[in-house]
Design a protein around this ligand. Sequence first.
Ligand SMILES: NC(=O)c1ccc[n+]([C@@H]2O[C@H](COP(=O)([O-])OP(=O)(O)OC[C@H]3O[C@@H](n4cnc5c(N)ncnc54)[C@H](OP(=O)(O)O)[C@@H]3O)[C@@H](O)[C@H]2O)c1
Length: 304
Amino acid sequence: MTVSSSNEVFLVFGAHIDEEKSGNGWVSGLIQEELSKTGDRYQVSSVRIEDREAVLRELDRVKPTRVINTAGKRGFPNADWCEDHKDAAIRSNVIGAANLVDCCFIRNVHITHFASACIYDEDESHPLDGPGFTEEEPPNYAASFYSYSKLVSEQAIKSYPNVLILRLRNPLAADLHPMNFITKLIRYEKIVNVPNSGTIMTNMTPAAVLLSRHRETGIFNFTNPGTFTHNEVMELTKKFIRPSLSWTNFSLEEQRKVLKAPRTNAKLDASKLEKTLAKYGYTILGAQDALEEAFVIMKAKGYK
Ligand SMILES: NC(=O)c1ccc[n+]([C@@H]2O[C@H](COP(=O)([O-])OP(=O)(O)OC[C@H]3O[C@@H](n4cnc5c(N)ncnc54)[C@H](OP(=O)(O)O)[C@@H]3O)[C@@H](O)[C@H]2O)c1
């Protein structure tokens, strides 16, 4: 535990059980870094979130005032993993998420749940250069098993009065963690080049803690306003940390042939998030500015 500057006690779910991996999930580690900066007390739980008795015991042991759930199966090296591990994806993303939210409800604890915005795909009314999908518009994408599991879990938990749902999209931070969108792009042989909404965690992690602190509830598109393309991420990677970087683009049709499951491309409307954060004096950066800022931080940290 860190030295406290508030009365909150955060309990963060999202730790690996496999000892060969490092102790934390990626987003879990980013949240812990932020809680260390803000001086809040926190503990990290390695309890499996679908284990009802263990979760209730953990809540009774730690007595958190806030729970943050980063536990979930995103799939490694990418979401195609979920096509071959459907039981594991359902156990973590659906049963686990619903169980954890329900246990927090029973113990009267506010929970922030990291969900996914990969439950939307561009359509005629939402071209990538047009208006983004708002939280009120029903999700329209479940063609990959990962997206399906995230859609079902969001539907299952969204009516609970104690839950804040933050929809991540292509999250990116100032590191080269395998779950970081930058790392994923660098590792692909070929990439598409499409504008998408994204979550620049360097700018958005403080916002997540702020929303939790203020007990916000409901669904939020947790993305920076605007979009960025795959090539823009690669160009900034080349400019700031890896001058030798080169890449090859291919078309969406070609991409479809090498993937097990189709992928989405979507723009999300972040105005509800912007307005809510403004109440607490926090301004989120537009996608382009946030992206550049993340690379400036990465360079300062010495990433190559
Ligand atoms: N990174 C992305 O691109 C992205 C995009 C959109 C949404 N998200 C969502 O954001 C959340 C965090 O993702 P991340 O990138 O931090 O992934 P990550 O690095 O794989 O972290 C997830 C953590 O959750 C743990 N976990 C998985 N199932 C669990 C369960 N049933 N009970 C307890 N812990 C469990 C994992 O441990 P084990 O490995 O031991 O299972 C891991 O430590 C996930 O729900 C993910 O779907 C991520």
